[in-house]
Design a protein around this ligand. Structure first.
Ligand code: OOG
Ligand code: NI
Length: 450
């Protein structure tokens, strides 16, 4: 009997290997990581209460490993194989994101760990988009793109073998896991050589820059990695000081005492030299660095309020630079309660309930969780949002596509087609948070009744 490595360990090894590869490819990303680490340390030093809270929620340990990446693939077969590849690392498709709404011809999911222990160990996730060639109106161009994609294999033979081995034996041993990480990494590597001539690149680029990015290369190069910061406003402010050019505004909700969902910003994609078939030289911009600050996951009711306020705020702040944008957002978001009790009592956010030390010997008859919290018997911690936001993702896409969007793509959500391509349903992210909250409540009540 060989001992299998846990899928959490495989994911941890892979995310570290991916980070090392990306830092070598995009040195500015290392500068960004250093900046984020400095700001995180300063934030923790300045806010002992925050530090304590992160510690008790086992968030501190994963803070520095936390990152997500993003890739874009061209065919159903590529997406389906990626699902199998990510399963080896305990990552499963969660959520459906329709980016056609934002003028980008893709739809997406996030491959990520699901259960609490896996998330605590290493929450690495990959935002994965499938190109929607069916949205290209020009027949000839569409067929040309499909033809090019049909000829490539984005996986190494070794990766395919190890994925099949994982599936047949139910795990990988230590050496196989290392081999898998090395082989899988190849799929995400950058290639300076395009597979097409410059005229083909240009034609696809003119339809939409993203189409050229997906179709003209040997594989779905990782286009960004994203560390997690505790103070995104400060990182945005300091980026120019370390020679990084940030996108204009921080996406998502404004700064708050109790962060909600996700705030994101990025640095602009780099212009990189490409050698095209036939030896012509040119450039392509695709790769960038991003940072994120995560807050509490919202219930459907909270999400509805968020979406409404976001739409309102974006209208009022259109065209404003970041400080003014955040100011307008903050004014609009006064309607979103900013303390844990209100978020809980109004059913706006998800919490994880557990007994306090005092609660361990509680003998009383009270079973109402809010009153138990008042009595110091029970504590509720915000559940961190582990997913993505369509409007924010669209903003990230756009800032790196030079605002290249096409309104004609809109109104084309097609979750069924996405799941058919994937070969599996995507898990509903809201159901996962609701389930975690419900389980924690049941455990508290069971312990009190024991
Ligand atoms: C993905 C953009 C989405 C995020 O953090 O919202 C994303 C892409 O540009 O491929 O990564
Ligand atoms: Ni991202």
């Amino acid at each position: 009997m060989t001992a299998f490595i846990s899928t959490d360990d495989v994911r941890d090894r892979f995310s570290k290997a991916m980070s090392a590869m990306y830092q070598e490819e995009v040195p500015q990303y290392t500068t960004l990581l250093d900046l984020v680490a400095t700001v995180n340390q300063e934030t923790l030093d300045a806010q002992p209460a925050l530090k304590h809270r992160l510690e008790t929620q086992s968030e501190l340990e994963r803070l520095s490993v936390e990152r997500h990446g993003a890739i874009r693939v061209g065919t159903e077969a590529e997406l389906a194989m990626l699902r199998r590849l990510f399963a080896v690392m305990g990552m499963f498709p969660v959520g459906y994101y329709d980016l056609s709404e934002a003028g980008v011809p893709v739809h997406s999911t996030a491959f990520r760990p699901i259960d609490d222990a896996a998330l605590a160990r290493n929450p690495f996730r990959v935002f994965t988009s499938l190109l929607r060639l069916e949205l290209i109106e020009n027949d000839e161009l569409r067929q040309k793109a499909a033809g090019i994609l049909a000829k490539r294999d984005i996986f190494t033979a070794g990766a395919r073998e190890l994925i099949a081995l994982y599936e047949s034996q139910g795990g990988l041993d230590d050496a196989q896991a290392d081999a898998f990480v090395e082989e899988a990494l190849e799929t995400f590597r950058w290639h300076q050589d395009a597979t097409v001539d410059i005229a083909t690149y240009q034609a696809l680029h003119d339809e939409h820059r993203l189409i050229a990015d997906v179709v003209c290369f040997r594989g779905p190069h990782i286009n960004h990695l994203t560390p997690r910061t505790l103070d995104i406003d400060e990182v945005q402010r300091r980026m120019p000081l370390v020679g990084i050019n940030p996108k204009a505004v921080i996406e998502g909700p404004p700064p708050r005492k109790r962060p909600i969902l996700l705030r994101q910003t990025s640095f602009k994609a780099l212009e990189e030299t490409i050698r095209f078939a036939g030896d012509a030289q040119g450039t392509h911009t695709a790769r960038f660095g991003e940072i994120e600050q995560r807050g509490v996951a919202l219930t459907p009711k909270g999400r509805e309020l968020y979406d409404r306020l976001l739409t309102q705020g974006r209208k009022l702040s259109a065209g404003k630079e970041n400080d003014a944008h955040q100011q307008v957002m903050s004014e609009v978001f006064v309607d979103f309660p900013d303390d844990d009790a209100a978020l809980r009592v109004e059913g706006l956010a998800f919490f994880h309930y557990h007994l306090t030390e005092k609660g361990l010997d509680y003998q009383g008859q009270e079973r109402d969780l809010e009153r138990l919290i008042d009595q110091g018997v029970v504590e509720a911690h915000p559940i961190t949002y582990e997913d993505f936001l369509p409007v924010s993702a669209a903003g990230i896409f756009q800032s790196n596509l030079g605002g290249d969007t096409n309104g004609a793509y809109a109104g084309n959500a097609n979750r069924d087609a996405f799941e058919a391509a994937l070969g599996a349903p995507v898990t509903d992210e809201l159901a996962l948070y609701a389930e975690r909250e419900k389980r924690s409540k049941q455990q508290v009540l069971a312990a009190l009744n024991a």
